[in-house]
Design a binder for this molecule. Sequence first.
Ligand SMILES: [Zn+2]
Length: 393
Amino acid sequence: MMKKATHQLTKAHNTTLVLKTIYKNDGVSRAEIARITGLTRTTVSDIVADLQSAGLAHDAGFGYSAAGKPPILVKITGSSRQIMCIDTSEKIFAGALIDLNGEMVFKETIHLPDPLGPVSLETVYHLLDRLKAKATAPILGLGIGIPGIVNTQEGVVLQAVHRGWRDLPMKQLLAAHCDFPIYVANDSNIAALAELTYGEHRQAANLFLLKIGEGIGSGLVLGGKIHEGETYSAGEIGHLSVVPDGAACNCGNRGCLETVARAQILAEASKHFAKVHLELPDEIRNAADPIPGLIKLFHQSDADARAIVFSAARHIAGALASVIGLLDIHKLLIAGVYAPFGQPFLDAVGAELKRRVLSAQSKDINIHFTTYGDDIVLRGAAALVLQQELGLP
Ligand SMILES: [Zn+2]
């Protein structure tokens, strides 16, 4: 009995190892897989045969050989499975189907002007139905990103202030409608996972991702792994105090980062800005969303527009300075509403950071926007399912 269990564990481990090797090398021979993994060629051939009969891999042409028969190359069959991804992190909820190669096969978004209470959960169910209807391959699993604290083991949303969710058994609720695995996670954490899996920071051991939208959260990668904290609430940086005795925050404290930098604050400043800047075209001045007007004048170096954005940049830098001071992380990524302000915004954050951290710590700090823009949480949901179900990447 014991021996059998061990054998199965070994087999599962070896299968993951082979799958990983094929995934990372994209076209690799059985002999090469054996060399990389240290497994015997017979074991590799058996596992590849299993993966092929499950539809996960296929033979794809011949490789180079200096002498003798050219080797057959094995590739992942990206289209063999699809991953359901749902993002509830902003007022625009999104659902997507992403295949094993990271190809987004389908995407739908739904705008919720006020995503509090029952409407938010109903929208999740609706997106789930849409994704089921649109899927064209077996589903590997569902990943869902939540703007709040999530017990990832149980799939319970402990608290998501901007959704009105508290101790919501999300995984259990969705499981009644699904016959595939479900993973529930914090939006910023899986955004960081997306960068590690698909983004430009694939090999990063440590990185910090700050996500600014309706709320502000962060994802922390330490030693190549997401750091969730003791109670799943690591990275709740939106409520770090950056303005002593500042404006009142939803959380009950004053001067939190959210009170000076979240999307709504930028929108309010933009609204006021549009009102007084008569030179802006009427369609921008009277638009429901005033931020495009601010972006336009910001890039024309308008002093007032720059003052609004750079003030937020300074507060954001203040919070990031605490992160660097504490953790000595030098790869900083920013996702969300400030992306359209581009490099001048990043430069402003960088300059303020340099002023705030010790000079020895400020060397080689690099700050970028995330690779996938608005799709970062959807990508993260896919990355989470890939990791949990197939051990990838
Ligand atoms: Zn707060």
